[in-house]
Design a protein around this ligand. Structure first.
Ligand code: GLC
Length: 432
């Protein structure tokens, strides 16, 4: 990194927009049992390509429909796996034949996707796998990939040169960042350094050099935190908790950081036909709210099928999220964690828009008539339900407040008896 000035990406739009779509799409969609199928089942290159590369033909692929569905769900950006660990490239890369145009698909699948999402006004993110289980120069290690415990692994490494793979990696990233217009996010995945040097980390990707290249080609671009540069100033722009929700706003050296949780509908990132553990629309809406209430974003993943469609379960949830977002986008976009002097409640999540000075109370469990909020009496000008802008009565709760020595400053809101017909009802409080 350049000495002196630390170069970082521009996260101003990112912390406003809050909600994006992750897309995991590759040959593994045909296996339909996890994007790690090649690793999990130790499938050789030859077998993998015979089965999947030779047959990849997403005849129903219509990226304009994908983009429309994402926009209707309230998503403001998307991140797509240009290449996942299997090594297959969705775009027409000049550095390999292992690309969509060389399958029965016969064309660059990335360019029309970028066009479609951009024309919905969405920002563009590229996921690119640092790991590559196909490239002939990628050194086979004992941890990941179909050959990790193959008896001939060492022998197979003869003639492999990680430096040549790194050249390929850097060239491909350059190609992605010069051929598709403005790219807003670079999402690199992932490093697994080990104390004995048997894993892969910053030296195996030439991470610092790669990061410089990325920032030079796309000034302002946001880069995630998986290059193994945690301790390097400017080595990453945002944290990426995956498949769990942080308990509170993540910090580094005591400072709150920009973060984005990435979550799946069910567990697998790639299309998984038989997975039955799908989250409900309600749970997903709550997850989005939970992220924003802790100052973070949500990148919610879809694994399209090998025909090129979002399956019915995904469509159903995205539509449900969109119905909620139509009424409640105001409590998500431009919002963040509530100020410290407004204590959270266990059955609610609070978000706060510092520009409009509005506080949003997301009610996870509908109370018996009254909702008591600490720290707010005397501070609220007006209260309403967000979905229909209907007034909600409020009063300073003298009795409770004085019982607590006046300390808790309790505001009591009187809610309608019946929970509104909204997955998560939201109160909008206009603060002084
Ligand atoms: C992981 C997995 C992966 C997925 C990603 C998303 O590191 O290897 O399959 O793409 O996380 O965060």
């Amino acid at each position: 990194m350049p000495k002196g000035k630390v170069v970082k990406g521009d996260s101003s739009w990112f912390v406003h927009d809050r909600f994006g779509l992750f897309i995991h799409w590759g040959l593994y969609a045909q296996a339909a049992r996890h994007e790690w199928v090649k690793h999990n089942e130790r499938i050789t290159n030859e077998e993998y390509d015979r089965r999947y590369f030779a047959r990849f033909d997403p005849d129903l692929y219509d990226p304009r429909q994908w983009a429309a569905v994402a926009a209707a769900a309230g998503m403001k950006y998307f991140v797509v796996t240009t290449k996942h660990h299997e090594g297959f490239c969705l775009w027409d890369s000049k550095w390999t034949d292992y690309t969509a145009p060389n399958t029965p698909a016969g064309r660059d699948l990335l360019a029309p996707m970028v066009r479609a999402f951009r024309s919905e006004g969405m920002k563009v993110g590229f996921y690119y796998s640092l790991i590559d289980w196909h490239h002939p120069q990628y050194v086979l290690d004992p941890h990941l990939g179909p050959y990790r415990d193959h008896p001939d692994r060492q022998k197979m490494n003869k003639g492999r040169d990680q430096a040549r793979y790194v050249q390929y990696l850097h060239r491909q990233v350059q190609e992605l960042l010069t051929g598709y217009g403005k790219v807003d996010i670079m999402w690199l995945d992932f490093s697994y350094p080990k104390p004995d040097g048997s894993g892969k980390g910053r030296d195996d990707w030439q991470s610092e050099k790669l990061l410089k290249l990325i920032r030079r080609l796309q000034p302002g671009i946001l880069v995630n935190d998986r290059l193994d540069l945690a301790d390097v100033p400017g080595g990453w722009d945002f944290k990426t908790p995956e498949q769990f929700q942080p308990r509170e706003w993540p910090t580094v050296n005591g400072q709150r950081v920009v973060w984005e949780a990435c979550q799946t509908f069910s567990g697998s990132w790639g299309y998984h036909r038989d997975e039955a553990s799908w989250r409900s629309t309600d749970e997903l809406i709550r997850t989005l709210i939970d992220c924003v209430s802790k100052g973070g974003n949500l990148l919610l993943n879809v694994g399209p099928t090998a025909r090129g469609e979002f399956d019915g379960r995904a469509m159903d949830r995205l539509a449900g999220i969109g119905r909620w977002m139509r009424y409640h986008g105001r409590s998500i976009y431009g919002c963040t964690q509530a100020p410290e002097d407004i204590p959270p409640r266990p059955d609610c999540r609070l978000t706060w828009n510092p520009d409009t000075r509005r506080l949003y109370v997301h009610i996870f469990a509908w109370p018996y008539k009254n909702l008591h909020l600490e720290g707010l009496a005397g501070k609220v000008l007006y209260a309403q339900l967000l979905h229909d802008a209907s007034e909600v009565g409020m009063e300073r709760n003298q009795r409770e407040s004085s019982r607590q020595g006046g300390k808790r400053n309790l505001l009591t809101l009187s809610l309608p008896q019946a929970k509104p017909d909204q997955s998560v009802p939201v109160l909008e409080l206009f603060l002084k």
